[in-house]
Design a protein around this ligand. Structure first.
Ligand SMILES: Cc1cc2nc3c(=O)[nH]c(=O)nc-3n(C[C@H](O)[C@H](O)[C@H](O)COP(=O)(O)OP(=O)(O)OC[C@H]3O[C@@H](n4cnc5c(N)ncnc54)[C@H](O)[C@@H]3O)c2cc1C
Length: 263
């Protein structure tokens, strides 16, 4: 079977910083990670490949630095990787992102199952998976907590609905978005770590696909994030008071309190 996993490079929320001038999130390799639920999505595909055979392809849309999460996916066991990258895709909302990803998927080939995380940790819209399914005209189930093959041409998907569980037979091909309850992602293997430097990441630009220029990037985005602002005040720095004697330490403490206008 052919499996595809959508992987987003996200800003680690514990290191989130907003540029005060632009109101935009600061993104760089130092504060970026693979979206945590995308590990569950990748594990789901790798486990089904272990069971049924086949290939696992990973895809990400983002700047060149997003190649890092694709390399990580290779080290966990993915077979091949595609990076959808072009300045023309910048500023995309979920509609433009899912359209671009869908066109790239169409260009790469056909897949029995496409996996996404249920949502990203830096935008949390949970729209990309269902939108890819709608654009490609295939089935879709969100929020999987269990998967099994019980009926030819279908996959059985269990998902949590409040206090109840819903069990659905989803016709293939289709898109499944994955929760953290679905599985426990594997660690990269030594073989995978060695392989990640050998596997080439295939770049896909707007020139490589048959895209409608009015449906990509900012032009194709009816939603635009105007500003991101923190609602929790930033943590105050700890101050270490030192002195060779108790007297010196008390003086240093008093001086610091005066500086902070506390006395
Ligand atoms: C703070 C903030 C808020 C935003 N709010 C909105 C908004 O309200 N409406 C809107 O239209 N856009 C919004 N955006 C833009 C949004 O980041 C992009 O559209 C993004 O590519 C997809 O949205 P998401 O991360 O919410 O996806 P989700 O639907 O939450 O992501 C689910 C899954 O889809 C897959 N996926 C998502 N993005 C990619 C990608 N680039 N490459 C590969 N796989 C991917 C992953 O498997 C991921 O786990 C926001 C951006 C920011 C920074």
């Amino acid at each position: 079977m052919k499996f595809l996993v959508c992987i987003k490079q996200v800003v680690d929320t514990s290191k989130m910083e907003v540029d005060p001038a632009t109101g935009r999130l600061k993104r760089n390799n130092a504060n970026s990670i693979m979206n945590p639920l995308d590990r569950n999505a990748l594990e789901a595909a790798l486990a089904l490949k272990d069971e049924k055979g086949g290939t696992v392809t990973v895809i990400s849309m983002g700047p060149p630095q997003a190649g890092t999460v694709l390399k990580e996916a290779i080290s966990m066991g993915a077979d091949e990787a595609y990076l959808v990258t072009d300045r023309a895709f910048g500023g995309a909302d979920t509609l433009a992102t899912s359209y671009t990803l869908s066109m790239a998927i169409r260009k790469i080939g056909t897949f029995d199952l496409i996996f996404c995380g249920q949502e990203s940790i830096d935008s949390n819209t949970a729209q990309i998976g269902p939108e890819i399914a709608a654009t490609l005209g295939i089935s879709d189930v969100s929020g999987a907590i269990d998967l099994s093959f019980e009926k030819d041409g279908f996959i059985t998907v269990t998902r949590q609905m409040g206090d109840d569980e819903e069990v659905l037979d989803m016709k293939l091909p289709g898109v499944i978005t994955c929760t953290a309850e679905l599985n426990r992602p594997r660690y990269p293997s030594i073989r995978g770590i060695l392989r990640k430097d050998e596997v080439e990441i295939h770049n896909i630009t707007s020139q490589d696909m048959d895209v409608d220029a009015g449906r990509i990037g900012m032009k194709g985005s009816p939603t635009q994030v105007r500003q991101v602002r923190p609602v929790v005040p930033p943590k105050k720095e700890n101050l270490r008071i030192e002195g060779k004697t108790a007297r010196e330490a008390v003086d240093a403490l008093f001086g610091a309190m005066q500086k902070l206008k506390l006395v």
